[in-house]
Design a protein around this ligand. Structure first.
Ligand SMILES: [Zn+2]
Length: 240
């Protein structure tokens, strides 16, 4: 008999789905998961559906081989291997987000690396790795992380970074909590937008690695504040 997850965790996962849509990170595609609080070899994620419509009844459990454990036999996203292989590789990761947020994609297809330019996005670190799926899947893939081998290749590239870009596709953000991964996904999109704007003005004065670390530590103390307002705004929008 599988362990039942903490209802608060499921509530937060549902709220995170709605927040990420409301904040422009997810649309009809993309997904967020959280590691199961009673069984670290499983994670919780919505069944295959638009994130803005997810409710608690739509959450299923998936193991680290990508097998769905659901009494109703429902399926989840094809790209669940992004989540399963990152959870396998990084025991400290508790939440994973995969998105196609638009401002990030240009940095995945050019030689310009996404780098932190403001204090809310210091978690990006010195630079953000870019996953080139051609190295693993050849020249004719559909760019999706469709199996364990591709998921492992992506997890290897991510390493202990907070964010990795996926060439011509999107990005992945991880965190030690849902609140942290959501914060990182939102500010990755924001940093990409700001960096593109700054580059049009001329040479960019990026944060130093020391500033990136210090600001990252600072914002980690304040994750609850934006979470509360993002959650309220998403709930208000759904209520309207
Ligand atoms: Zn995708």
């Amino acid at each position: 008999m599988p362990h039942t997850a903490n209802p608060q965790l499921i509530e937060d996962l549902v709220a995170a789905n709605h927040i990420l849509v409301n904040e422009g990170v997810l649309d009809g595609f993309g997904h967020i998961s959280v590691r199961h609080d009673k069984d670290p070899s499983r994670f919780l994620i919505a069944r295959s559906m638009a994130p803005g419509l997810v409710t608690a009844a739509d959450i299923v459990a998936v193991d680290l081989d990508g097998v769905v454990h659901d009494a109703q036999g429902r399926h989840t996203y094809v790209e669940r291997f992004i989540h399963s292989e990152i959870y396998r590789a990084q025991p400290g990761v508790m939440s994973v987000i995969h998105s196609h947020s638009a401002s990030v994609v240009p940095f995945s297809v050019s030689n310009t690396r996404l780098r932190p330019i403001c204090h809310m996005s210091g978690f990006l670190g010195a630079t953000t790795p870019v996953f080139e799926i051609r190295y693993s899947a050849g020249e004719s893939s559909d760019l999706l992380i469709r199996n364990q081998a591709l998921g492992k290749a992506l997890a290897d590239l991510l390493g202990t970074s907070a964010v990795a870009l996926m060439r011509g596709h999107g990005s992945v953000a991880v965190g030690r909590s849902i609140q942290q991964s959501v914060f990182r996904a939102i500010y990755t999109e924001s940093n990409a937008r700001l960096q593109s704007q700054a580059m049009q003005l001329g040479e960019v004065n990026y944060m130093t690695p020391g500033e990136a670390q210090a600001t990252s530590d600072m914002v980690d103390e304040h994750l609850e504040r934006p979470w509360q307002i993002w959650k309220q705004e998403a709930a208000d929008k759904i209520a309207r």
